[in-house]
Write a protein that binds this ligand. Structure first.
Ligand SMILES: Cc1cc2nc3c(=O)[nH]c(=O)nc-3n(C[C@H](O)[C@H](O)[C@H](O)COP(=O)(O)O)c2cc1C
Length: 296
């Protein structure tokens, strides 16, 4: 029962955030001050943080009313995800590290947009950020953040800044983020990067796109990559074959979206709705035979 209440509240909070976003729009411009959270996903304040500070200055030059908050993952001592799968099966609040993860989730919830500062390590996310995203992986099953926008910044020594930003952007879409902008930059440096004129121009142009979108309050039609997990998990987590023997939190989450091909308040084109139904039907077929087992 408590669980159901928690879900009702989350659903309610989502509807409220969509209503607030809509009510503060006049002539397509959001009149309230934008709240932007900056997450430092690197283990230190190096090249990527330097570029992120430039992006912050650019944002301030556009709009001095922006309210910034910062979260530095290296400050929070988050232990490794131990793979207990409690978050998937029993709800994220049963994660042994929820006390550390929840405040960051709350900061994301309270913001309009998030800037992620992500150094490229071996062509991918640094371990400290990968560990954080592992703790949030349950959101690939139970997405939220449907009105949020992100800007992912990465610097690399030579190659793979783009694959780093793409990797995080794909994860954020799975969590429900509405739009994700990317700023991959080749720094050619070990911790002594000074952004060049060319890099600053690129940063300016991408930051402008991000800012204009955040300020407009526009909610975008979801991409196919977002529709697939939403509709597959919805179909596979209601009246599925394993529901009785192997119930999970997903079974409690999805009924509130019954009949919806995406979250309420998010615009959908007829084609995307049709596609959503098609994915849903594939999921329904799979749900009749597929059983995901577990032991306590
Ligand atoms: C552990 C580690 C892995 C790295 N992997 C790559 C890589 O795959 N490709 C690359 O071009 N540079 C790589 N580099 C260089 C960094 O991407 C580059 O110096 C980047 O600007 C670091 O950002 P930071 O100072 O914010 O940590 C690596 C550096 C470290 C410390």
């Amino acid at each position: 029962m408590e669980r159901l209440r928690e879900f009702d509240k989350e659903c309610f909070d989502h509807k409220i955030s969509v209503m607030i976003a809509a009510s503060s729009l006049i002539g397509g411009v959001n009149l309230t001050a934008s709240k932007i959270l900056i997450i430092n996903g690197g283990p230190h304040k190096g090249n990527t943080w330097r570029l992120t500070e430039e992006v912050k200055k650019i944002l301030q030059s556009f709009d001095q009313t922006i309210v910034f908050k910062e979260a530095h993952l290296s400050d929070v001592d988050l232990p490794f995800c131990i793979g207990c799968s409690n978050c998937f099966r029993k709800g994220h609040k049963t994660c042994p590290h929820n006390k550390i993860v929840q405040p960051i989730m709350d900061l994301i919830e309270e913001s309009d947009a998030v800037v992620f500062s992500v150094p490229c390590f071996q062509g991918h996310l640094p371990g400290i950020l990968k560990n954080f995203t592992d703790h949030m992986a349950f959101m690939l099953h139970r997405p939220r953040y449907f009105t949020k926008k992100a800007l992912v910044i990465s610097t690399t020594g030579g190659v793979s800044a783009s694959s780093t930003t793409k990797a995080l952007a794909a994860t954020l879409s799975g969590w429900g983020f509405n739009k994700c902008y990317q700023l991959p930059i080749r720094a050619l440096s070990w911790n002594a990067y000074e952004p060049t004129k060319k890099d600053l121009k690129k940063a300016h142009d991408m930051t402008k796109k991000f800012y204009v979108d955040v300020k407009s309050g526009k909610i975008h039609v979801p991409s196919i990559g977002v529709l697939i997990p939403f509709n597959l998990f919805q179909a596979m987590c209601v009246e599925n074959k394993g529901e009785t023997d192997y119930p999970t939190e997903d079974n409690y989450f999805w009924p509130k979206y019954s009949g919806m091909r995406y979250a309420p308040g998010i615009p959908m084109t007829p084609t995307k709705k049709l596609l959503g139904w098609f994915i849903y039907l594939i999921g329904k077929k799979l749900s009749k035979s597929m059983v995901i087992t577990y032991i306590e």
